[in-house]
Ligand binder design. Sequence first.
Ligand SMILES: O=C([O-])CC(=O)C(=O)O
Ligand SMILES: [Mg+2]
Length: 631
Amino acid sequence: MASLNRCIFLNKTPISSSCSPLSLKRHSESLKLSSVRSERNDRVLMESSLKDSVLELDPVSAVNDGILDLYGEVMAMEDQGVTPWTVSVASGYNLLRNPHHNKGLAFTDKERDTHYLRGLLPPTVISQDLQVKKFLYRIRQYQVPLQKYMAMMDLQESNEKLFYKLLIEHVEELLPVVYTPTVGEACQKYGSIFRRPQGLYISLREKGKILEVLRNWPEMGIQVIVVTDGERILGLGDLGCQGMGIPVGKLSLYSALGGVRPSACLPVTIDVGTNNDKLLNDEFYIGLRQKRATGQEYKELVHEFMAAVKQNYGEKILIQFEDFANHNAFDLLEKYGKTHLVFNDDIQGTASVVLAGLVAALNLVGGTLADHKFLFLGAGEAGTGIAELIALEMFKKTNTPLEDARKKIWLVDSKGLIVSSRKESLQHFKKPWAHEHQPIQDLVDAVKDIKPTVLIGTSGVGRTFTKDVVEAMAAINKKPIILALSNPTSQSECTAEEAYTWTEGRAIFASGSPFDPVEYNGNVFVPGQANNAYIFPGFGLGLIMSGTIRVRDDMLLAASEALAAQVTQENLGKGLIFPPFSNIRKISANIAAKVAAKAYELGLAGRLPQPKDLVKHAESCMYTPSYPNYR
Ligand SMILES: O=C([O-])CC(=O)C(=O)O
Ligand SMILES: [Mg+2]
C-alpha cells in the first residue's frame, strides 16, 4: 500500500518514447500498476492494482498539478473537444500524504467521500484562504527566523499549493524567511535541521552513475535545474553539501515569483567535499567528509552531470549555476554556455537586476549611464558581471566604445584598486578592469581619488562601507548611489541606517538582503532590495516558454530594461529604484515576455509560432496554486 504513495507520471504517447522504458518500468513496479494501456491516439490510462486507490483528474487540473508537461497541446486538444488524458493518482491516506495534491482540511465532503478520506480528517471543512490565514498566524508566532523557515519547509513538504499561495500572497513578509537572509542560516545549520531530501545530491560517489541518479528523481517533466557545489554560499563561504538550501530556495522563487511549475523544478547539489573544517568536524554534517576535489576530478564530475542532464531532459532544460566560487563560476559559464542553456545567477542575474536599478536611478540623479562613474568593492562574479553589463548597456545605448565604457568603471579587490601595473598577476575576469592609475590600497582613498557617483559593494564582506567611505561619497555627490549587495544581512557592506545617516538622508540606497525602513531627521526612508530574485524567475520563464536553447547578453539587457520599466514615478518619489516585490508576478511576466521576444528575434526560440501577445502568454503559462476540484 505504501508504494502507492507516489503520483503516476504521464507524458504524451507513446509513453515509452517520452520516458525511458527503464524508468517507466521502475514507476510501474513501485506503483504496482496492474495495467498501463495506451488507448486510441493520445489517450493514456493507468490503473493501479487497487481499484479504490484510483483518482481521476481532468486534464486542466492535471496540468496545473504539474503531472503533464505539454499544457499547450493539452489545451489545444481540449479546444477541439478531445479529452486527451486520464491521470491516476493515489487516494485515501496516501492522498493526504502527497504534497502535490493534499488539500488538508479544504477537502470537501464530496471529495472525502469519493476519495476515501472520510474519518481521516476532522469534520470541519475550511477554505484555502482560511488555511492561508491560519498558517500565517502560526508563522508569526515564531520569534526565531529559523523556526519560521522550518515551518515553511514543512508546509512545502506537506501541502505544496498552500505553501505557494501563502508565499505569493505574502511575498514581502515571507521572502526573508524562505530566502535571504534566513536561508543563509538554514544552510549553515542544514545538517541539524535536515529532515527530508528536497533535491538531488550528486557526490563523487555517484561518479559514473549520474544519469541513473537523475532518473531516481520522481518527476519527469523537469524544465529548470538550479545547481550549486556549495563553495561560495551567499557571502558565507564554503558550506559544502549544506548549500542545498540555496537551490531549494531559488526554485521556490521560480514557482512563486515566476510561475514555473514546482514539479518542473529540480534542486541539485554537487558534493565534491568541503574545505570548511568546522563542517568536516561537525557530527551532523550531511556531506562527504573530505577536502574539496579540484582539477580534473572536479571537472569530470561536473561534465558528467552536464552531459547526463542534457541526455535525460533534452536541449531545452535550463541550468542555473548558483553560488559556485569565482575560480569555477566563470569557466563553467564560458564552457557550457556554448553547449547548454545555462545561466549564472551571481554573474548574470545580479548584473541584470543592478543595471535595472541604475537605469531607474538615472531618473533621480540625471544624465545617462555614460555620464556616471562607478566604483566597486569586490571584483568577483557579481562585481565583474555587473561592471560588464553596465559597459555593454553604455555601448548599446550611447554608442560609447566598450573600451571607453569600461574606463568609467573601477574595481577594488582585497589588494586594492585594480590597476594596470597589477595586470600580470590578475585572474582573467579582472583584467578588463585594470586601468592606468597609481596603486591605491584603501577604499576611502579610492573614493576620494576616483570620485565615483555610484558605489557598489559585491565583496561578500560585511561592514566594509565604513563611515569614512560613505561620508566621502556624500562629500562628492548630492545624491550618492550606494548599493550594498552582499548577502545575507551580516555580510552587507553597510546597513540602510548607516547609509542614510552618514549621507544625511541623501543616499539612494539598495541592498541585496532586505532592511527595514529607516527614520532619519523626521523622514522615513524605504531601502530597495537589489537582489537577483527580481530577475531569474521571469528570465527563466521567458526562456522556458519560448523553448530557447541558449542564453545571450542581449536577453539580460532585455530583462533589465523590463524590470526598470516597472519602476513607477511613485516608487521614484520615495527614492525607490526597484518596484515592490508585491507586484513580482506581473513584473516576472513582463520580464519573461521581453526575454522571449529577444530569443525569437535572435532565432534561438524553439517554440513556434511566436505568440502574438507575449505578456499575456507568459501570464497564461504561470502556475497558480489554487486547489483543483477533485471529481
Ligand atoms: O541568494 C541571494 O540572495 C542573492 C545571490 O544570488 C547571492 O548572494 O549569491
Ligand atoms: Mg547566488
